[in-house]
Write a protein that binds this ligand. Structure first.
Ligand code: WTA
Length: 659
C-alpha cells in the first residue's frame, strides 16, 4: 500500500460524515432538499407523487382513508393492475426491446428477457394458471429458487388477481406445508432443483414432501425444469405439470390484466414473529406498488436505462420489492443471479457487476462482512466503474463495513444508502435520500419524507438524542401491511397495541426495533427488541427454533438466543435440557440440528448446542435470555440476583467456553 493510500485509509477511519458528489446530485431523481418540508405540509396528499409513478385504470380520489384505524386504506377508490404496470405499459410506451430481466445461473449460463419477452411469458403463464382453475383471490404458493420463472409466475398471478405467497427455497418441507395450510393455498409452482456452490440440489423432493403435509386437496402443481440432465429423475404425479409443456400449450395466449381495487391483496409474505407461528403479512396492490416504485425512484435513484442489481433472494421481502416490483414498475433492467458469491471464485459478484456494467447495487451487511474478510483483492480484479450508487439492507451495518464498501466497491464515488425497513413496511422507511443528504456510517439516516418515525421510551414519550429507545412510526404510509392474513386481532396486538391510545385515536406502529437518534435527526437502529434474531440478514423467530428443538425425541426444554457472529451478524445458540434417560451427546446434538433443519431450514441451524441440567430462570419462572445472550457473546454477566438458580449460570458459561 502506498503512503497516499495509508493517509486515505486513516482519513476514512476518522471521517464521520460523507457528502454525495456534485456529479451524483446533479443527475439524481430527487435532489431538492425542500422535499421533506413539502411532504410534511402536504401530508397525506404528498403520496400522490408515488401513485403518479403508476398507470391507474380508474383514477383514485381518496389518498388515505383512515375511517377504520389502524386498518388504513390507500388510494382505495382507484383500480390498477400490478402486472400491467410492471410489463405492458413499458411495451406500449415503445420500450419493448429494453431488457427487463438479466439472469445468470451459477454455471454462467445467461438468459435475457426484454419487456416484450416478459410480456409474452407472463401472459402465457397467466393463461396456464387460469386453465388449471386458479381464480381471482386464490392464493398461489411459489416455492422456487432464483430462476426467471419466479418473477414471471409472480407477475402472472398479479395479472389474474391471484395473490402469491412466495416461500423461500431454502425453507424446509415442513415450512412449506405450514404456509400452504395457513394460506389455504390449493396451487403450487415449484422447481426440480437448482445449483449451489457447484452442486445440483434436489428441490422437488422437498416440495413433494411438503405437499404431503398439506391438510387440504392441492389442485395442481407446476414444476420448472431447471436441472435438465442433472435432474434427479422424479416422475411427475398426475396433477403435476411441467412448466414448459404448459407454456407450449398456451403459446401466443393473451390474458387481459384484471382490474384490481387498490386495496385488493397483491401478495402474502410469511415472516417470523414472537410466537412460533409465522405471520402472513398482507400487502395490497395500489399502495404497495406505489411505495416500492417511489422508493426505487427516490432512494435507489433508478432510471429506466439503468442496469440494477439487488443480490437478495426473491423469497424474502427485499427481493419482492426491489428485484421485482419496484424496478420493473419503473421499467429498469433488473439482474438476477442464481448462486453464491464465492462460486467459482470470491470475485463472482464483481464479475457480474463488470460484465453487465451494473449502475446501482443493493446488498446486505452480512455479504459485505464476508467480502471484507476475503479481502479487497477480489473487487480489485474487476472494473466496477459503472457503479453509481450502493445500498444495504437487512441489519445494522457498522461504520467499518460501511467504509469498506464505500471505498473498495464504490471507489469513494458512490453514495451508500443504509435502508431500514421490514417485511411489514413493504419498502424503505429510514435512510438518506442520496441526492439530498449527507451520509453518516452506522446510521441509517433520517426517516424518508412523509414518514413520521420517532424514538420513544417505555411510556411512549419521545426521548432525547443519544439515548436508546423504541422505534415507532406515528403516521401510516402507502406500503404498510394491511393486516395479518385472516388474523386482524393478532395484527393489532403485534403492531399497534403497545403505545396506542384507542380513546385518543392515536395509533402508533411498533416495529419491535430499538434505536437512537442524533442531533440532526439521523437514526441508528440497534436491533430487535422482541424474540426475533437476524442471521445473515434472515429474520428468524427464536420460538420457532425452540419448538423445533423441543420436537426432537429426548429434549425436555430449550432456549434459543442470538449471539454475535463475525459474518452472520447473529448466530443461533441453543441451550437444551434433555429428558431423563437421554444423554446430551454428539448423537443428540446431530438430531437437534437435523430437527431444526427439517422444521425450518439450514439457515436456522444452531451454531452451538449447549446441554445443561437447568436454564437460568427468574423466581416467576421466566427464562433470563439476556444472560444466555451474554454467555453466547462471552460478555461479562449482568445482574443474576433475581434468579432462582444463579449457580447454573457459571456452569453454562464454563460449558460454552469449554466447547
Ligand atoms: C432489521 C428486511 C438495521 C430490523 C427488509 C428489522 C435493519 C428487520 C435494517 C426486518 C437496517 C432491516 N439497519 N437493521 N438498515 N434493515 N433491519 O422483515 O431489525 O426480513 O426489524 O425485512 O431487519 O427484517 P425483514
Amino acid at each position: 500500500m502506498s503512503d497516499g493510500d495509508g493517509e486515505l485509509e486513516a482519513r476514512l477511519v476518522e471521517q464521520e460524515e460523507f457528502e454525495p458528489s456534485d456529479e451524483f446530485v446533479e443527475q439524481a431523481n430527487v435532489s431538492d432538499p425542500d422535499i421533506y418540508e413539502e411532504f410534511e405540509e402536504n401530508w397525506p396528499d404528498c403520496w400522490e407523487r408515488a401513485a403518479d409513478l403508476l398507470d391507474w385504470e380508474e383514477e383514485y380520489e381518496t389518498v388515505l382513508d383512515d375511517s377504520n384505524e389502524p386498518f388504513y386504506e390507500w388510494f382505495s377508490d382507484g383500480t390498477i393492475n400490478a402486472s400491467y404496470n410492471c410489463v405492458d405499459r413499458h411495451v406500449e410506451n415503445g420500450d419493448k426491446n429494453r431488457v427487463a430481466i438479466k439472469w445468470e445461473g451459477e454455471y454462467g449460463e445467461t438468459r435475457t428477457y426484454t419487456y416484450q419477452d416478459l410480456y409474452r411469458e407472463v401472459n402465457e403463464f397467466a393463461a396456464a394458471l387460469r386453465d388449471m382453475g386458479v381464480e381471482e383471490d386464490e392464493v398461489v404458493t411459489l416455492y422456487m429458487p432464483m430462476v426467471p420463472e419466479l418473477p414471471i409466475a409472480m407477475l402472472a398471478c398479479a395479472r389474474i388477481g391471484a395473490p402469491h405467497s412466495v416461500v423461500f427455497a431454502g425453507f424446509s418441507a415442513d415450512a412449506l406445508a405450514t404456509r400452504m395450510n395457513s394460506a389455504d393455498s390449493d396451487y403450487l409452482v415449484t422447481c426440480d432443483g437448482y445449483y449451489r456452490r457447484g452442486d445440483a440440489l434436489d428441490h422437488l423432493e422437498k416440495a413433494n414432501e411438503g405437499l404431503e403435509g398439506v391438510d387440504h386437496d392441492v389442485e395442481a402443481t407446476v414444476v420448472v425444469d431447471r436441472l435438465g440432465d442433472d435432474g434427479f429423475g422424479h416422475e411427475l404425479a398426475e396433477n403435476q405439470h411441467d412448466w414448459d409443456d404448459l407454456m407450449d400449450e398456451q403459446r401466443g395466449e393473451r390474458v387481459e390484466p384484471v382490474e384490481r381495487d387498490a386495496e385488493d391483496m397483491l401478495f402474502l409474505m410469511y415472516t417470523s414473529g414472537t410466537t412460533g407461528e409465522p405471520k402472513g403479512v398482507k400487502h395490497t396492490t395500489g399502495g404497495y406498488l406505489a411505495y416500492t416504485a417511489w422508493t426505487s425512484h427516490a432512494v435507489l435513484d433508478l432510471k429506466p436505462e439503468d442496469t440494477y442489481w439487488c443480490s437478495a433472494d426473491i423469497g424474502w421481502i427485499t427481493g419482492h420489492s426491489y428485484i421485482v416490483y419496484g424496478p420493473l414498475a419503473l421499467g429498469t433492467t433488473t439482474v438476477m443471479y442464481e448462486g453464491t458469491p464465492d462460486f467459482p471464485e470470491r470475485d463472482r459478484l464483481w464479475d457480474i457487476v463488470e460484465k453487465y456494467a451494473v449502475d446501482v447495487f443493493y446488498t446486505a451487511p452480512t455479504a459485505i462482512r464476508a467480502f471484507m474478510k476475503w479481502g479487497s483483492k477480489f473487487p480489485e480484479r474487476r472494473d466496477l466503474s459503472s457503479l453509481r450508487l450502493l445500498g444495504t439492507v437487512g441489519e445494522p451495518i457498522n461504520p467499518r463495513a460501511w467504509k469498506w464498501y464505500y471505498k473498495h466497491i464504490g471507489d469513494e464515488e458512490c453514495p451508500v444508502v443504509d435502508t431500514w425497513w421490514q417485511t411489514e413496511t413493504g419498502g424503505m422507511m429510514i435512510t438518506t435520500l442520496p441526492g439530498v443528504k449527507n451520509m453518516k456510517p452506522g446510521s441509517a439516516g433520517p426517516p424518508l419524507p412523509g414518514i413520521d418515525a420517532r424514538i420513544v421510551d417505555t411510556e411512549g414519550e419521545e426521548i432525547e438524542p443519544g439515548r436508546a429507545g423504541y422505534l415507532t412510526v406515528n403516521k401510516p404510509w402507502p406500503g404498510m401491511l394491511r393486516t395479518l392474513y385472516k388474523n386482524d386481532e393478532r395484527f393489532i396486538d403485534e403492531y399497534w397495541a403497545e403505545y396506542s391510545d384507542e380513546d385518543a385515536d392515536e395509533w402508533v406502529y411498533f416495529p419491535e426495533d430499538g434505536a437512537k437518534i442524533d442531533e440532526d435527526g439521523y437514526m441508528t437502529i440497534l436491533g430487535r427488541v422482541d424474540d426475533v434474531i437476524n442471521v445473515s440478514g434472515h429474520r428468524l423467530g427464536t420460538m420457532e427454533i425452540e419448538s423445533a428443538i423441543v420436537g426432537v425425541e429426548g429434549v425436555a426444554e430449550a432456549a434459543v438466543v442470538g449471539g454475535n457472529h463475525e459474518v452472520k451478524g447473529e448466530a443461533v445458540y441453543a441451550y437444551v435440557i434433555t429428558e431423563d434417560g437421554y444423554e446430551g451427546d454428539d448423537e443428540m446434538r446431530s438430531r437437534i440440528i437435523e430437527g431444526v433443519e427439517d422444521a425450518i431450514g439450514p439457515i436456522a441451524r444452531p451454531e452451538q448446542v449447549v446441554f445443561t441440567p437447568e436454564l437460568p430462570k427468574t423466581r416467576s419462572g421466566k427464562i433470563m435470555r439476556r444472560l444466555l445472550e451474554e454467555i453466547a457473546n462471552e460478555e461479562e454477566l449482568g445482574d443474576t440476583t433475581t434468579l432462582r438458580n444463579p449457580e447454573i449460570v457459571t456452569d453454562i458459561q464454563a460449558k460454552v467456553q469449554g466447547d
